[in-house]
Design a protein around this ligand. Structure first.
Ligand code: NDP
Length: 435
């Protein structure tokens, strides 16, 4: 009975997420673009039209995308696939899976990031082969098309993982609904392309800088100048995404890649939720060209950059201590570590290093604080007229606190008493003394 209840709650949660997230993404765009970025206006819109009629009115015109939107998406995707395949890069490995598969990647993310920005500038601003500002005009259709594509793609991945998996790590829960949501293949490959490398990094993350630059271009088209609030926000986000691509090979060691199978949760998330929600502050700023004082702008940039530094430095400390097999200095002294033993799925004994020093001594996911603070710094330029520019940072906070919880469960199951030992020394998950 207990199990049935648990399964029911899980399935109900999955259904709710699959049903609610697409209209939410579209409604956020609609509110930002057509309702002055105000949730109050959105509630009034639903009050006037009713919930279902309201969703229909918002979604129907963009549901199938448009020819222009499909063209833009195809051109971008094709360009990124070519960069992924053709640009040179060192071969790097992701962590070996419990079933013994070691993923291999080409480390050319930062190169691809720079080339993408260069061509966007060259073709859009220099040669004017397309209008970057028109991406804002077609953004609803773009999201509609992305949503349709992602639904179909996740279905394809579900069947592929079930009947023709790429690696031994694929699996099924026995419940097709949950499998569609969570995925079946852990490392699907299509025509030699690592699907999650493409969808998460080269599509989702790479769309982010282009979209915010397009939004800045739209503001310029509307007002004849780009406000300093837009400049601060876009600058910080560009640095953030640049750092992501600089350390792209580190991303292959994160939960998104190691834990999350290629299903709706991650694939739809990076192909629709990232372009729609992560870019929301810049999207909102298009028609809210707030002017900031110089002091405030500088303070936001300084705190934002320090936040990025702290989270990047924490990620680097973990990578380096493991690369150097524990023989590594942190903040002037030899790093304190725990050599944690565990047994993998094949029953083989393995060992890993848990760092108990530097940032990792403050809290077990202290880098989430830097992540959230950085996002707050690129949201604050919108000041406090509406909640919309803060939607991302609030969502991110919930996501990361939930993720810290998930990671704790994973690490305790993996490392057992060694994880308990680490938790005794570092008792808090994210914020010392609080959580
Ligand atoms: P973490 O970087 O927190 O990595 C968790 C893993 O690190 C654990 O599963 C464990 O893996 C290993 N680990 C845990 N404790 C230690 C320790 N003390 N010493 C060494 N290794 C340890 O995971 P995330 O994937 O959540 O985050 C990666 C980055 O991505 C972060 O900077 C985060 O801020 C960012 N992020 C951004 C998001 C966004 O939407 N903007 C969403 C999620 C993350 P193992 O099995 O290898 O031991």
């Amino acid at each position: 009975m207990h199990y049935t209840n648990k399964a029911f709650v899980r399935n109900a949660g999955v259904v709710l997420i699959i049903l609610l997230t697409p209209p939410a993404a579209i409604a956020l765009w609609f509110t930002s673009q057509n309702l002055d970025g105000s949730f109050v206006n959105l509630f009034e819109f639903f009050a006037r039209n009713g919930l279902f009629q309201g969703i229909y009115k918002i979604w129907a015109p963009v549901f199938f995308g448009s020819k222009t939107a499909w063209l833009m998406i195809s051109a971008f995707a094709l360009f990124e696939i070519l960069l992924l395949k053709l640009l040179p890069g060192k071969k790097v490995n992701g962590p070996t899976t419990p079933k013994g598969y070691t993923p291999e990647y080409k480390d050319n993310g930062f190169f691809a990031f720079l080339i993408t920005l260069f061509f966007f500038w060259l073709l859009g601003f220099q040669f004017e082969l397309f209008s970057p500002a028109s991406i804002y005009d077609h953004f609803g259709e773009i999201l509609g098309a992305l949503n349709l594509f992602s639904w179909a793609f996740c279905l394809f991945l579900y069947f592929k993982g079930r009947y023709s998996p790429s690696t031994p790590d694929s699996g099924t829960s026995g419940n097709p609904l949950f499998d569609y949501y969570w995925g079946t293949d852990l490392y699907p490959h299509i025509f030699g392309i690592n699907v999650k490398h493409f969808t998460n990094c080269r599509f989702g993350m790479m769309s982010w800088p282009l979209l915010i630059l397009a939004f800045a271009a739209k503001q310029y088209e509307l007002y004849g100048h780009v406000s300093n609030s837009m400049i601060v926000s876009v600058f910080l986000q560009l640095v953030y995404v640049g750092i992501f691509f600089f350390y792209e090979s580190g991303y292959f060691k994160t939960m998104d890649i190691q834990e999350d199978r290629a299903g709706y949760y991650i694939v739809w998330g990076v192909m629709v939720w990232v372009p729609s929600v992560y870019t929301l502050t810049a999207h909102y700023l298009v028609i809210h060209p707030v002017t900031l004082s110089t002091g405030f702008s500088v303070a936001l940039i300084v705190v934002g950059l320090l936040s990025f530094y702290s989270k990047t430095s924490m990620n680097r400390q973990r990578t380096n201590v493991r690369v150097h097999n524990g023989d590594y200095k942190i903040w002037g002294h030899k790093a304190r570590i725990i050599r944690a033993k565990y047994t993998d799925d094949k029953g083989e004994k393995r060992e890993s290093i848990l760092l108990v020093d530097g940032w990792w001594r403050i809290a077990r996911h202290f880098h989430y604080v830097g992540e959230i603070l950085g996002a707050l710094c690129w949201s604050l330029p919108a000041l406090f007229f509406d909640f919309m520019p803060y939607f991302y940072v609030v969502y991110l906070t919930l996501l990361l606190f939930h993720r810290a919880q998930r990671d704790d469960v994973k690490c305790r199951a993996k490392y057992g008493k060694y994880w308990d030992e680490y938790c005794k020394i570092v008792p808090y998950k994210v914020i010392p003394g609080v959580f």
